[in-house]
Design a protein around this ligand. Structure first.
Ligand SMILES: NC(=O)c1ccc[n+]([C@@H]2O[C@H](COP(=O)([O-])OP(=O)(O)OC[C@H]3O[C@@H](n4cnc5c(N)ncnc54)[C@H](O)[C@@H]3O)[C@@H](O)[C@H]2O)c1
Length: 347
């Protein structure tokens, strides 16, 4: 094992970072009656992930899911809950989600709702899942009214990260995941930014550091008030752009643009230095992440910004940086002021 990071939320659990998920999966499954494994169908078919499970016994029930956001629906959640009922899944059994953030969100949500909460294990297989979605206990599905509107805080009993899963990820998905790693560097651990400048990236170390940043924040503020908010650096504009793009941009890509915007906003308020602002642009360019968005999209992007659930009293709320590793908050009411900053990042 490369590293073990403890997180304390409604209970204490470990995030294991290594290169042999199956051995650990067998150990955690051993004392359970039934293990319900949720995995996207295409991912399982292409990489034969659950084929190896047959070697460790027969108490597994494998449910193959639609891929991506198509699995985060009421219908899919209901069909899994139906199976939980049919197989009489009890509190001594276990649910395991193997896949990207969409799968671990869904698995956690089903685990939170069946019997008002059963144990579950997250095995994130995308970089975004490893450093973000599977960490922190937020679970959920989408509604016709928006993404992640239905959900629960329900932490897994363990997160098993296997670096081998990164090998099959596309460069685009890896870079989108790195946007969240870059964010952890900016808000809390500048050593991550140095590591990202190396020619050969050490993913084991980068993932450990990013998980430690998120783990420390959620251990300190599990249910999202002031402290947990720092994880939203780059996300206020990022979410608005993600929605405007109709989710054609990856979450991390939209967050990359949002971080440049937040850095420009911080700088305009006399906080972040020009060189730290430049560092944002350099790192984001280095990983082929986008740094600008369409100028003509402003009205629509602003519309999404005004509907952000974090807003209070008609003001749009941003996490900003005083300097690298030191966060602040800024509330802006004036559209013209925001538009002026947006023009600096728009094309
Ligand atoms: N709960 C949270 O705190 C939190 C935080 C951030 C994001 N999220 C959620 O995470 C989701 C996005 O996660 P994502 O970016 O991992 O996308 P995803 O889960 O949709 O996965 C993207 C695609 O990659 C495939 N895949 C998974 N692992 C692979 C691998 N190793 N090699 C090749 N292909 C692989 C998947 O099957 C899928 O087709 C969103 O639903 C978002 O809302 C949740």
């Amino acid at each position: 094992m490369i590293n073990k990071i403890n997180i304390v939320s409604e209970h204490s659990y470990d995030v294991l970072i290594g290169d042999d998920w199956l051995t650990r999966f067998n150990e955690v499954s051993e004392l359970r009656g039934t293990v319900l494994v949720l995995i996207p169908e295409d991912f399982d078919r292409e990489f034969a992930v659950t084929a190896s499970l047959s070697t460790v016994g027969s108490k597994f029930e494998i449910i193959r899911l639609p891929s991506g956001e198509a699995q985060k629906t009421f219908q899919v959640a209901e069909s899994i809950l139906e199976i939980c009922g049919r197989i009489n899944l009890s509190r001594s059994d276990l649910i395991v989600g193997i896949g990207g953030g969409a799968t671990t969100d869904l698995a956690g949500f089903v685990a939170a709702t069946w019997l008002r909460g059963v144990d579950w294990v997250a095995i994130p297989t995308t970089l975004a899942g490893m450093v973000d979605a599977a960490i922190g206990g937020k679970t959920g599905i989408n509604s016709a009214h928006g993404k992640n509107l239905i959900g629960a805080f329900h932490s897994p009993i363990e997160v098993i990260i296997d670096l081998n899963f990164l090998k099959s990820l596309s460069e685009r998905d890896k870079n989108a995941g790195l946007a969240e790693v870059i964010k952890c560097g900016f808000i809390s651990d500048p050593s991550i930014l140095k590591d990202l400048a190396s020619i050969e990236l050490d993913f084991g170390s980068l993932i450990s550091k990013a998980v430690s940043v998120k783990g420390a924040v959620v251990s300190n503020d599990f249910k999202e008030s002031f402290n947990r908010e720092i994880l939203n650096y780059g996300h206020t504009l990022g979410h608005a752009i993600e929605m405007d793009s109709d989710f054609t941009l990856r979450h991390g890509e939209a967050v990359a643009i949002g971080m440049i915007f937040a850095a420009e906003l911080s700088h305009a308020h006399g906080e972040l230095s020009s060189s730290d602002l430049e560092l944002h642009r350099d790192l984001i360019a280095r990983f082929a992440l986008p740094s600008s968005y369409s100028i003509s999209a402003w009205d629509s992007v602003y519309g999404h910004l005004t509907r952000d659930k974090k807003n209070r009293g008609g003001k749009i709320r941003f996490v900003t940086l005083k300097s690298i590793g030191s966060t602040d908050r800024l509330e802006v009411k004036d559209e013209a002021q925001l538009r002026k900053i947006y023009e600096r990042i728009a094309k």
